[in-house]
Design a protein around this ligand. Structure first.
Ligand code: IYR
Length: 224
C-alpha cells in the first residue's frame, strides 16, 4: 500500500528575518546551563505538559515515538528517587568511577549528593521503549536510543525557551527509576531531568566551552 501523502509547507521567511532569528536563538540557547541548585518555587503542571508536548513532536525511528515522559511533583516520590539515586551515586563516586572520570568531573564540582532531586518542583523521567507488545506480539522499535535523545533535546530546548532551568541527570545504574515510577519491563530509564527555577543564589561552574570550529567542518577536511 502506498503511503497516504498530505501537503507540507513552511511559513515563508525573509532571509533577513532568518539571520536575525538565528542570532537571537543562539544568544538565548547559549544562556542555557545545567542547574544543580533549584528554587522550590512551583512550576504549573500545564507548563510541564506543554514542554512534554513539544518533546513529543520530535522525530523518531519509523515514527514510533519510543519514549515515555513521567512527570513527578509528589514529594514522597521525589524523596524516594533522591534516596535511591544517592545510594547508587555514592557507590559510583566511591568505588565504580575511575580516577580519569572523577578528574573530568572536578571542574563541574559534582558529588554523590543530589539534594536537587527533592528541591526541584518537577522531576521528569524519560524512558526509552525498545519494544512494545501489540496483539500479544513483541514489536520492535527502531533507533530507540537516538529517538529518545531527540525527544530529550527538544524537551531541554522547550524548557529553556519557557524560562525553566533543567539538569540532564544520569544516576548510574538507574533501573530503580522503573520500579519507583511503576513502569513495565520494556521501558528503560533514559534520563532524569529536574525542572524548575534556579535558586536565588545559584552558581554554575565557570566553564570554557569547546569552540564551534572544533565541532564542525565544511565539506571535506583538509587535515587528514
Ligand atoms: N552521574 C554522575 C556523574 C556525572 C556524569 C556526567 I556525563 C556529568 O555531566 C556530571 C556528573 C552524577 O550525576 O553525579
Amino acid at each position: 500500500m502506498p503511503p497516504k501523502l498530505v501537503p507540507y509547507t513552511l511559513t515563508p521567511r525573509d532571509p533577513t528575518w532568518q539571520v536575525h532569528r538565528a542570532r537571537e536563538l543562539l544568544v538565548e540557547m547559549e544562556q542555557r546551563r545545567s542547574c544543580r541548585d533549584f528554587s522550590p518555587k512551583p512550576v504549573p503542571r500545564d507548563l510541564i505538559e506543554q514542554a512534554i508536548a513539544i518533546a513529543h513532536s520530535a522525530p523518531s525511528g519509523a515514527n514510533r515515538k519510543p519514549w515515555r515522559f513521567v512527570a513527578i511533583d509528589d514529594l514522597t516520590i521525589k524523596r524516594e528517587i533522591r534516596i535511591a539515586a544517592e545510594h547508587e551515586e555514592k557507590e559510583s563516586y566511591d568505588h565504580r568511577m575511575p580516577r580519569e572520570w572523577l578528574d573530568a568531573l572536578e571542574p563541574i564540582g559534582t558529588t554523590w549528593k543530589k539534594p536537587f532531586l527533592e528541591v526541584a518542583p518537577w522531576l521528569v523521567v524519560i524512558f526509552r521503549i525498545d519494544w512494545e507488545e501489540i496483539d500479544s506480539r513483541r514489536v520492535k522499535n527502531y533507533y530507540p536510543i537516538e529517538s529518545a535523545g531527540l525527544a530529550a533535546g527538544f524537551f531541554l530546548m522547550a524548557c529553556h525557551q519557557l524560562g525553566l532551568a533543567t539538569l540532564t541527570h544520569t544516576p548510574s545504574p538507574m533501573n530503580f527509576l522503573r520500579d519507583i515510577c511503576r513502569r513495565p519491563e520494556n521501558e528503560k530509564p533514559y534520563l532524569l531531568i529536574p525542572v524548575g527555577y534556579p535558586a536565588e543564589n545559584c552558581r554554575v561552574p565557570d566553564l570554557v566551552k569547546k569552540p564551534l570550529t572544533d565541532a564542525m567542518q565544511w565539506n571535506r577536511s583538509s587535515t587528514r
